[in-house]
Design a protein around this ligand. Structure first.
Ligand SMILES: [Zn+2]
Length: 90
């Protein structure tokens, strides 16, 4: 029996059933707060642009599941994915 890889365990515990959206990744321009800004051009729910924080610049940008910023009566979600093809460590 093969042990599941970390990626398989993450997928199993967080199944991605929500829409995936491509994200543009920028570092913040603030002198004091150095964090990633993750911007999407078009929300799959409201078709407007949104942006999310992606954590400290000391670490890779944190992509993945987010609640959209267009929440009205119930939360809507999506998964942020990089528009840059990344080498996957499987
Ligand atoms: Zn939206």
């Amino acid at each position: 029996m093969n042990k599941p890889t970390l990626a398989e365990r993450v997928r199993a515990s967080h199944p991605v059933t929500c829409p995936r959206v491509e994200v543009h990744i920028h570092p913040s321009r603030s002198k004091y707060d150095r964090f990633w800004i993750l911007e999407i051009d078009r929300c799959p729910h409201c078709e407007k642009p949104h942006s999310h924080g992606g954590g400290s610049l000391d670490h890779p940008p944190a992509l993945g599941h987010r609640l959209s910023h267009c929440v009205t009566r119930r939360p809507l979600d999506y998964a942020l994915v990089s528009s840059i093809e990344e080498g996957s460590a499987t």
